[in-house]
Design a protein around this ligand. Structure first.
Ligand code: GDP
Length: 455
């Protein structure tokens, strides 16, 4: 780790009320001394941690801006190092010039995610907490933000550490007993291994079980709205997105390309695609749209299959019902404000989730959202339990679980304790990889590669 003092603009690049330039490292306050002058002439390096001063930022051309300086003293800062944060006016030119002043005074430009990386390397946070910083910044819903905050506050770290400590206790017993058989060490029994391993297994299984629904809350679900022409797909798209996103007409074949929108349905982010009405057509452009719709259908994670309550089901409806039966799907019976002609029992025989709506007047919207939340598994999701953030974390937990399962089956099939120890050590090292206690530089670089500069 380069121990130079680094600086970056930590607020978004754009015009705003305030722009923050963060300087972190051994020389942070020395650098602040050179570029910040307060009316009392008290130097930043003479200020205590957690104190602020009003003053001016200066460079070799003179005054740059007024600013508030915040001083943090190691280890009581975000990075664990000495930190000076300058809050100046949030202009694009001004923040860049203040940053330049800091660089001229001796700071190096911070790499993407370098402040958080330093926090990790200085032991302020583990890797799961570091990754939650991105999740917090990019959260698009209350649940996503809450889930990320719980992880930032250690919900996953504490669980993983507990599992790891339990496994370490078991392996320590096993090694002591194997290495010093002549010493007065309590004999290891199967029960001493079985119970903590089973508990560890249950905790990891639980973490894995909420991964998919956690992803639905955080990243959203690829959702396709499909159905034959004129059933009300575009009207449904507009109802869910709360704006006129798709063109609504009574002329079949209006939506020819895929119209996309990200919407929040209760706790779930839906990446919605409104597709061309499914039908055989001679129109070359509409045909491309229908083919695209069919392809999108095959890839989606959730299908909202729309049917017109006021018309009898036809071959196109039946084809869609057939496709839908292989996919996570909700049958949306639309136009319930009109008299029923569609054979609902035919639909319910093939698709178990059915919701009745009138997309044009909004009836049934809440029922549809509840059905989506139920299918996405977010209804019972408890963020404070700790939700795994990404594929890296999921894989580590899944590998650790695999190794514990191996250890347990080695135990029950009467294999030597050596075999059990090897599997448990594998599990421990996966968990240490997850939290970053034992991780290659390559993995760490990959984690922080996803950050932007200033975080
Ligand atoms: P799409 O071709 O499947 O996208 O269907 P549209 O959303 O364009 O709607 C086709 C026609 O059905 C339009 O005239 C809509 O106003 C009408 N429509 C859509 N939803 C409803 C509904 O819930 N009730 C009634 N009565 N008409 C609807």
């Amino acid at each position: 780790m380069n121990k130079s003092t680094v600086a970056a603009i930590s607020t978004a690049q754009g015009e705003g009320g305030i722009g923050v330039i963060r300087i972190s490292g051994d020389k942070a306050l020395e650098i602040a001394d050179k570029i910040f002058i307060s009316p009392s002439n008290k130097k930043p390096s003479q200020m205590k941690g957690y104190t602020a001063a009003f003053g001016r930022v200066v460079d070799d051309e003179g005054a740059v801006d007024e600013a508030v300086l915040l001083v943090f003293r190691a280890p009581h800062s975000y990075t664990g190092e000495d930190v000076a944060e300058l809050s100046c006016h949030g202009g694009i030119y001004l923040t860049k010039r203040v940053l330049r002043a800091a660089l001229q005074a001796g700071a190096s430009p911070a790499e993407p995610g370098e402040f958080t990386k330093r926090a990790f390397l200085n032991g302020k946070i583990d890797l799961t907490e570091a990754e939650s910083v991105i999740d917090l910044i990019t959260a698009k819903s209350k649940s996503a933000a809450r889930a990320a905050l719980c992880v930032k506050e250690g919900a996953v770290r504490k669980k993983i550490n507990l599992v790891k400590e339990n496994l370490l206790t078991v392996t320590a017993h096993l090694s002591a007993w194997a290495d010093y058989p002549e010493e007065d060490i309590a004999e290891v029994t199967d029960d001493m291994i079985f119970e903590p391993c089973s508990k560890a297994k249950a905790v990891l299984e639980n973490l894995l079980s909420t991964y998919d629904s956690g992803q639905a809350v955080k990243r959203g679900i690829d959702t396709v709205i499909a159905g034959k022409p004129n059933v009300g797909k575009s009207t449904l798209m507009n109802l869910l997105s709360g704006c006129e996103k798709s063109i609504v007409t009574d002329i079949p074949g209006t939506t020819r390309d895929i119209v996309e929108e990200t919407v929040l349905a209760g706790d779930v982010i839906l990446r919605l695609s409104d597709t061309a009405g499914l039908r055989d057509t001679q129109d070359a452009v509409e045909k491309i749209g229908v083919d695209k719709a069919k392809k999108r259908l095959e890839q989606c994670s959730l299908l909202l299959a729309v049917f017109d309550n006021s018309r009898e089901l036809d071959e196109e409806d039946k084809k869609l019902i057939k496709t839908a039966s292989d996919l996570p799907c909700i049958a949306v019976i639309n136009k319930t404000d009109l008299p029923n002609s569609a054979d609902i029992s035919y639909i319910s025989d093939n698709i178990s989730n059915i919701v009745y709506i009138s997309a044009s007047n909004g009836d049934g919207r809440n029922e549809l959202i509840s059905a989506i939340e139920k299918l996405a598994g977010t209804t019972g999701l408890n963020p404070s339990e700790g939700i795994l953030s990404n594929e890296r974390q999921r894989l580590a937990v899944s590998n650790a679980l695999g190794s514990i399962t191996e250890a347990l089956s080695a135990l029950s099939s009467g294999m030597t304790y050596d075999a059990v120890t090897v599997s448990l050590e594998d599990a421990i090292s996966e968990l240490m990889e997850l939290t970053g206690e034992k991780t290659s530089d390559e993995v760490i670089d990959r984690v922080f590669h996803n950050f932007c500069v200033g975080k």
